[in-house]
Ligand binder design. Structure first.
Ligand SMILES: Cc1cc2nc3c(=O)[nH]c(=O)nc-3n(C[C@H](O)[C@H](O)[C@H](O)COP(=O)(O)OP(=O)(O)OC[C@H]3O[C@@H](n4cnc5c(N)ncnc54)[C@H](O)[C@@H]3O)c2cc1C
Length: 415
């Protein structure tokens, strides 16, 4: 009889664990509180628009090796559209100026020496400042190490770091920024080709993972909210789902892959991040005009990134707590004005949807980063996973999948 591993939470961290464990011949039993898998990375049929949209636009970069490894494992790499180069078009909404950053693929970044490829108004020397982030002390903020102003910051670093950290860069952890930059910008253009889930996040990351699980002896049960864990000396002995309880056999283990607030309520004395940041997405249903880049960075606007899908234009605004109380109609109208300008569209507001994820990610502050626990717990058959655990990365797909992989690895080694 193979060992049963009980995975609580069917977000990317839980699914990554489950897929790894099932591939190794263990019984991966996933329990999800809601009636849908994917957690913060999912698609759904939106009633206002009448089309399937994602809860938020998610960008993956070609240097996200765990994310790509996961897609390869579940046979879904083809569901992602990878740009053929590290090119990022930008527009400055205040001046109307447009430019495209075009990094070369190799490890030596000669693009920063070419004024037609680097950020307008910068010199190659400006980019050296990035190296300071690579050696950042755990308590340092980006603002302590970088001058958060000037063309390089305003036109590339600020937007890039805000998107990666979902927290205003000057107050954010320099170490987390350094980790992202080391694996992308500093690793050469080949590591930051953008990848998009053109047919939706669930079609790429979630549905194929569920199919993989099922064909490898795993199961997923929806509507199963874990209420309590049964603790014994150094061990978890059972799971309490309210209506049902599941006793654990010797050799069984649990991967708890739920958000931090839930984990803290289930495990006494667990340290977790407690401060969060919101992300606002606006979706407009229309046939996008031909020739728009899949993604455009926006400077001096409320819009930060514009994504193009076959049936809609979608906008991402990170660190968006300031917009949580703005009436939805007002937000839609203001964002649409900017979108029309960026996309060169005239016309009235099309059907729209605003999705506000209040707790999109933990706040990437040094103090919050310090609260992240490792995967091991005081109970040897209980492992933690989630983008908020101590992955060394900000809350991202890459971090979530790495955490799930790590928990699966420890199951083999520790329990
Ligand atoms: C709008 C938005 C945009 C984003 N953009 C990007 C991006 O561009 N690039 C990027 O890399 N990352 C992005 N992210 C971050 C990324 O989505 C997350 O890092 C990742 O999805 C987190 O996965 P997770 O498994 O750690 O957590 P979650 O997705 O939160 O999964 C936890 C799961 O546990 C379930 N659960 C909760 N309580 C219980 C319980 N008691 N019992 C059973 N199940 C329970 C939840 O329902 C959920 O399914 C974005 C996030 C948001 C919200």
């Amino acid at each position: 009889m193979p060992r049963s591993i009980h995975i609580i939470g069917a977000g990317l961290a839980g699914l990554a664990s489950a897929v790894q464990l099932a591939a190794q011949g263990m019984r991966a039993l996933v329990y999800e509180a809601t009636n849908q898998a994917g957690g913060r990375c999912r698609s759904y049929l939106d009633p206002a628009l009448g089309i399937v949209i994602d809860n938020g636009n998610h960008l993956v970069l070609s240097g996200n090796r765990a994310a790509l490894g996961f897609l390869d494992m579940i046979g879904a790499r083809v569901r992602m559209f990878e740009a053929s180069s590290a090119s990022f078009p930008f527009i400055d909404l205040a001046s109307g100026e447009r430019w495209t950053i075009r990094a070369n693929d190799g490890a030596i970044p000669w693009w920063i020496f070419d004024r037609n490829r680097r950020v307008p108004g910068t010199s190659a020397r400006d980019y050296l400042a990035l190296l300071r982030l690579l050696r950042a002390a755990p308590g340092a903020t980006i603002g302590e190490l970088l001058d958060c102003k000037g063309p390089l910051y305003e036109r590339l670093l600020g937007p890039f770091l805000l998107a990666a950290l979902n927290t205003e860069p000057p107050e954010s952890s320099a170490a987390l920024a350094g980790a992202v930059i080391r694996e992308t910008l500093v690793a050469g253009g080949r590591s930051f080709h953008p990848l998009f889930a053109r047919d939706g996040l669930s079609a790429a990351f979630i549905d194929p993972a569920l199919r993989f699980l099922e064909s490898n002896g795993g199961t997923i049960a929806f509507g199963q909210r874990l209420r309590a864990l049964a603790f014994d000396a150094g061990h978890i002995t059972g799971l309490d789902f309210g209506d049902a309880s599941v006793p654990l056999s010797p050799g069984d283990a649990v991967v708890l892959a739920v958000p931090p607030v839930v984990a803290a309520s289930l495990i006494p004395g667990l340290s977790t991040p407690t401060e969060f940041r919101a992300i606002v997405n606006a979706h407009f249903r229309l046939d996008p005009p031909a020739g728009l880049a899949p993604m455009t960075g926006v400077v001096n606007g409320m819009v930060e990134w514009l994504f193009v899908f076959p049936d809609r234009l979608s906008v991402t605004i990170s660190g968006a707590d300031r917009l949580l109380d703005t009436p939805r109609e007002e937000l839609a109208a203001r964002i649409w004005q900017e979108v029309a300008k960026i996309a060169g569209i005239a016309g009235r507001l099309p059907p729209w949807q605003i999705v506000r994820e209040r707790r999109a990610t933990f706040a990437a502050l040094p103090a919050e980063n310090a609260k992240r626990p490792g995967a091991r717990t005081d109970w040897n058959n209980l492992l933690l996973a989630g983008d908020w655990t101590a992955t060394g990365l900000p809350a991202t797909i890459e971090g979530a999948i790495r955490s799930g992989n790590r928990a699966a690895e420890l199951i083999r080694k520790v329990t």
